[in-house]
Structures are given as structure tokens and as C-alpha cells.
Design a protein around this ligand. Structure first.
Ligand code: HEM
Length: 387
């Protein structure tokens, strides 16, 4: 897990499509294949719109998981058209590049005050004190989560994400179910209040839409709140660690701030926070002569695709000025990240604030990776900071 990139090299070279028995998945490691399969409508994030678990040769889900799936499958990420199209349309207006650009001054102000406080105390855990609070505050403000409740979001999200790791333990599954239930109850109460007394926030706007069932409203808010910060936190942590390990690139960025947009894309490519996404095969497909039958599951290795030498020159090099960078970190096809424009603004503002306001930023100790493979992030990032 700490060093997946060497294994990816071997896979891409020798076995671009390979069956992996421990997880019963087909691993897809080349950029062109990952990109093509994300767009291929013969695959889906779910199969439940066309088949039952039994027809797909999968065991029925344990009953205790029902409250979890009820929440998750009501969000756009876990459904396919036509439901996906309807749900995505209802919220996409709030996330257009123009709409999120109007949030930039607020994002900049939050990033500035977080970094100032961090520098004033001489540094600390960059992850907990800057990387996390920025996207959590931004998405919580957009949805209208009261300030006093925001500390609940991060634990709920992390516990829910536990279910997405490969073969989660029974304990992790129960924790995820409990978190999803608590989160859903919390949002139902909040949405009922906003329906009665609407505010100028996304939950109020969604609560007015008759087309949206209560489950869909809850599923949409959980998705936005979780997806709205999980990966951004880790792009900040992984990216700064990447810069500390490549001091000449950090110096280059400090000297030439016009490189910030390419630098943000590059840290997202170099150590992508979401290493893998899965798809179900809804109709037989063939990849490089290998038949993958209906009912199979493919694992699209984003971390590998982003280091593919067929697409990226000198892919293992961190190059903050990389101009041609079609990384796959935001996905592709109909589920392409809805929050990409917002994530880019948050990342530019947080990297920018740290570069501007912390002239000295140094690693205090070697960080370690959190357990888990799918979500790639550090436990903490201890640094010394000075203005
Ligand atoms: C750097 C940060 C981020 C990364 C790397 C990222 C990555 C991704 C990826 C890879 C997907 C597609 C998953 C798949 O195809 O299976 C996705 C979907 C999504 N993301 Fe993000 N994301 C980030 C930030 C955000 C933010 C800030 C939001 C804010 C709301 C957000 C909201 C969503 C939503 C709603 C979807 C589902 C879209 C759909 O199913 O149509 N993401 N994201």
C-alpha cells in the first residue's frame, strides 16, 4: 500500500487485464482502458437496475446493511440512468464552474484564516488543521449545516467510507451502517426544519423539490457532504508530502506562482487520493482479447492509469509545470466528478495560501499512510510553519 507504483508498472507492462482472485475482480491498469471502460455503457456502478444479486451470482446483502444501502443507493453515484440523469440534473446547477467561481472569495478567506492560525502557532498537523477544515467548512456552508454540528461530518464520512475498502471487516461494516443511519436521521430532521423555514442554502433548495423523495434528498446530501471533502483532504496531504520529497519542485513553485494550476493537477495525478473505482459488467466485454463476462466486476486502477508512460512523459517524475496532464483522478463518463470545479478552487486557494503565508514550511517527521487501499491518505502531516 505504501508503494503500489512498482506493482502497477508490472501490471501495465505484462498483464493489463488480469484476474485477481482474492477480490474476484478483473484489474485494469492502463490509462486508455480505464478511460474507455469508465465511458462504456456496457458497464455500470450498479447492476440492480437490470438484474438481481442472484442473477449476478452474488450473495444477498446481509439484512443489517439495509440502512446503509438505503442511503447510499439513493445518491447519484450509485445509480445509473435514467435515475442518475434526473438526480444529477437537480444538483448540477449548484456546481457549474460559474456558480462555484462565485464561492472563491469565501474559500480564499477561510483558507487564509486557517493558514494564519497555523503559522502563528508554528505549525502542527497540516492535515487536521488546514487540509480538513477547509473543504468541510465550504461544503457544510453550501448545504447549510449549522456550525455547531460540523464536527459530526468528518467521523460519519470516514466511517461510511470504511465500507468501500476491499473486504471490509464485520466491525467496519457495522460502524458504516450505524454512521449512515445517524447521518440520515440528522439530515431528515434538518430538511424538515428547512422545508418549514427555508434558508439560502442547498438543503433548503433541495427540500422544496417535490420530485425528490426523502431518501433521495438524504442520499444526495450524504454524497455531497462526503465526496465534498474526502478526496480534497487527501490531495492536500499527499500533495504536500510529494512536494517535501521533491524540494526542487517546491522551490520552483515558490519562485513561479503562475505554476499553481498545473501543480495542483500534477499532485492529483502523482499520488491520486482515490486509487481504484469498480464497475459491474452488464454485458459481456472483451479487453485486449480477454473475455470478461456479464456479472463480473472490474477494478479500474486510477493510480496506475495516472502513471502510464503511454500517456505521461516520465510519469514517475513530479513536474509542477506538466502542461499535458490528462489524469483520470476525477473519473470520466457520466459519473465524472460533479465537484471537480469546486475541488480545483479549494486546492488552488489552500496551496496558494500556504505558499503565500508560510515562507517556511518543513516536514517534522516522516508521515505514514492510513490503512486501506482505495482511499489513499496520510494519518497526519506534522510540519513546522513560519511566515
Ligand atoms: C480532489 C478532489 C476530488 C476528487 C479526486 C474526486 C474524485 C471523484 C471521482 C473519481 C468520481 C467518480 C467516481 C466513479 O466514476 O465511480 C467522483 C464523483 C463525484 N464527486 Fe468528486 N472528487 C473530488 C472532490 C469533490 C467535491 C469537492 C465534490 C463536491 C460536491 C464532489 C462531488 C462528487 C459527486 C457528487 C460525484 C458523483 C457524480 C455522479 O455520480 O454523477 N467531489 N469524484
Amino acid at each position: 500500500m505504501a508503494h503500489p507504483y512498482q506493482v502497477y508498472d508490472e501490471l501495465r507492462r505484462e498483464a493489463p487485464v488480469s484476474y485477481f482472485e482474492p477480490t474476484n475482480q478483473w484489474l485494469i491498469s492502463r490509462h486508455a482502458d480505464v478511460n474507455a471502460l469508465l465511458r462504456d455503457r456496457r458497464l455500470g456502478r450498479s447492476y440492480l437496475h437490470v438484474a438481481t444479486h442472484e442473477e449476478f451470482g452474488r450473495p444477498p446483502e446481509p439484512e443489517f446493511q439495509e440502512p446503509f444501502w438505503r442511503v447510499i443507493r439513493a445518491g447519484m453515484l450509485d445509480v445509473e440512468p435514467p435515475v442518475h440523469t434526473r438526480l444529477r440534473r437537480l444538483v448540477s446547477r449548484a456546481f457549474t464552474p460559474r456558480m462555484v467561481e462565485s464561492l472563491r472569495p469565501r474559500v480564499r478567506a477561510i483558507a487564509g484564516s486557517l493558514v494564519d492560525a497555523f503559522v502563528e502557532k508554528g505549525g502542527g498537523d497540516l492535515l487536521a488543521e488546514v487540509a480538513e477544515p477547509l473543504p468541510v467548512t465550504v461544503i457544510a456552508e453550501m448545504l447549510g449545516i449549522p456550525h455547531a454540528d460540523r464536527h459530526l461530518l468528518r467521523p460519519w464520512s470516514a466511517e461510511i467510507c470504511g465500507m468501500y475498502e476491499l473486504n471490509p471487516s464485520l466491525e467496519a461494516q457495522h460502524t458504516a451502517v450505524r454512521a449512515a443511519s445517524e447521518f440520515a436521521d440528522y439530515l431528515k430532521t434538518l430538511a424538515a426544519q428547512r422545508r418549514r423555514a427555508p434558508g439560502d442554502d442547498l438543503i433548503s433548495a433541495l427540500a422544496q423539490i417535490d420530485e425528490l423523495t426523502e431518501d433521495e434528498l438524504v442520499g444526495t446530501c450524504v454524497l455531497l457532504l462526503n465526496a465534498g471533502h474526502e478526496a480534497t483532504v487527501n490531495v492536500t496531504g499527499n500533495g504536500w508530502w510529494a512536494l517535501f520529497r521533491n524540494p526542487s519542485e517546491l522551490a520552483r513553485l515558490r519562485e513561479d506562482r503562475s505554476l499553481l494550476p498545473t501543480a495542483v493537477e500534477e499532485v492529483m495525478r502523482w499520488d491520486t487520493p482515490l486509487q481504484m473505482f469498480e464497475r459491474w459488467v452488464l454485458e459481456d466485454i472483451e479487453v485486449h482479447g480477454v473475455e470478461i463476462p456479464r456479472g463480473s466486476e472490474v477494478a479500474l486502477l486510477f493510480g496506475s492509469a495516472n502513471r502510464d508512460p503511454a500517456v505521461f512523459e516520465d510519469p514517475d517524475r513530479l513536474d509542477v509545470g506538466r502542461a499535458d496532464n490528462p489524469h483520470i483522478s476525477f473519473g470520466a463518463g457520466i459519473h465524472f466528478c460533479l465537484g471537480a470545479p469546486l475541488a480545483r478552487i479549494e486546492l488552488m486557494e489552500s496551496y496558494g495560501a500556504l505558499l503565500d503565508r508560510a515562507a517556511k514550511l518543513e516536514l517534522r517527521e516522516e508521515p505514514s499512510w492510513k490503512p486501506g487501499y482505495v482511499i489513499r491518505g496520510l494519518r497526519s502531516l506534522e510540519v513546522t510553519a513560519a511566515g
